[in-house]
Design a protein around this ligand. Sequence first.
Ligand SMILES: *[C@@H]1O[C@H](CO)[C@@H](O)[C@H](O)[C@H]1NC(C)=O
Ligand SMILES: *[C@@H]1O[C@H](CO)[C@@H](O)[C@H](O)[C@H]1NC(C)=O
Ligand SMILES: *[C@@H]1O[C@H](CO)[C@@H](O)[C@H](O)[C@H]1NC(C)=O
Ligand SMILES: *[C@@H]1O[C@H](CO)[C@@H](O)[C@H](O)[C@H]1NC(C)=O
Length: 357
Amino acid sequence: MLFPAVLGFLTCAVSLSSAAVTMENGMPMQWSKTVSQVTDFPSKDGVLTPNPWHLPHRMSFLRLMINATDPYMESMGPNATNSPVWGMPVLLGWLLTSGRLADPTIATTCGKEKGDPMCISPNSWWSCINYYSTALGFLSAAQKGFFGPGVQVQMQVPEGEVDYCTTYDDCAARFSDAVTAWDAFYQGLKDAKESSLPDAEKKDSLLGLYWTARTASILNATATCNSRLRHYSTREASFSKSWVDNVEYLAAVHYHSDLKTAEMFARPLPGRILKLSDRAPSILDMTKEENHSLYIFNWMDRINFMLGGSMVRLWRRAMCSVAAREKGREMMEQVLLNPAFATKTFISIITEMGVTC
Ligand SMILES: *[C@@H]1O[C@H](CO)[C@@H](O)[C@H](O)[C@H]1NC(C)=O
Ligand SMILES: *[C@@H]1O[C@H](CO)[C@@H](O)[C@H](O)[C@H]1NC(C)=O
Ligand SMILES: *[C@@H]1O[C@H](CO)[C@@H](O)[C@H](O)[C@H]1NC(C)=O
Ligand SMILES: *[C@@H]1O[C@H](CO)[C@@H](O)[C@H](O)[C@H]1NC(C)=O
């Protein structure tokens, strides 16, 4: 079935401007179509069988993860939107509205306006990478008992796809880095509940575990997903690479990706897939903010290349204390969101920071 509102939205996004839209009515895209309890998923012989290739189900994983972990997230702040996990549904919303979940080939109409707009294509590099954060995060939460005792899950898999793991055991065997990191995050949440550490320390440590899980999922997924990059322009492929780097920069500062912050960071992301002719910051149909963020992404990539791939490593090493991470967070905001920020100060600050820890 087609959702007229989504079709209308996509048409509008294509014809007017390509600014990234990640939310509707103050919530991530399609939030109203998500399930509110795991038992709302289909099941077979007592095993839940959600379909991660159907957007409302994939989005539901995130809603359920947020809901189940909220009681352990007191250190993140008093509001219902303070969990860092909110960053994931906002990101998924951007992937949806920017067309990145759609089939990049002409083989199917999966995820396309004039096809099945709620379909997530297993051929898309972005869908593939995102699978390992959302599905593994969900499987690990179920395994750790966050949805109640003995909840078993087997992910549906598109016909003919063999790359994607479907159960906790299967994923833990093939993507052990990612699953181990998610397990550690959920264990950390339980430990924090019992711990008498001050909230600020709990928060920093939980955010560290959360980002380790996010980056481990992405890095562990690239080996499997990167073959899908051939379906895109070299511009989009290089953007995807700098996007991964960007996640590592955010991870190093233990970014607190609550709903509001995540939305702010997602807004300047490119609202459509990049074409070969796109040259930031001179892309005519993009907003000033999109032009800027793409320019910065390219710039970071170039610097990283010039330094022999060591910029991310340098940055990670500099973010070695709570105070340094605080400074780093401010700088990420400046560099990505403020077009007036001079890129050269970035490097001098990193170098300076390196010696203060
Ligand atoms: C989780 O969802 C249930 C069912 O919708 C709801 O009753 C509960 O308040 C939610 N808990 C949190 C912490 O959001
Ligand atoms: C919680 O929400 C209130 C009201 O929207 C806001 O003023 C406050 O800054 C929020 N606190 C945090 C920690 O996000
Ligand atoms: C994921 O990480 C684990 C542990 O490093 C490794 O054994 C496995 O091969 C990785 N999986 C893929 C598909 O790269
Ligand atoms: C993006 O950059 C191009 C070239 O500099 C410019 O023509 C376009 O107006 C920019 N978009 C906005 C909204 O500033």
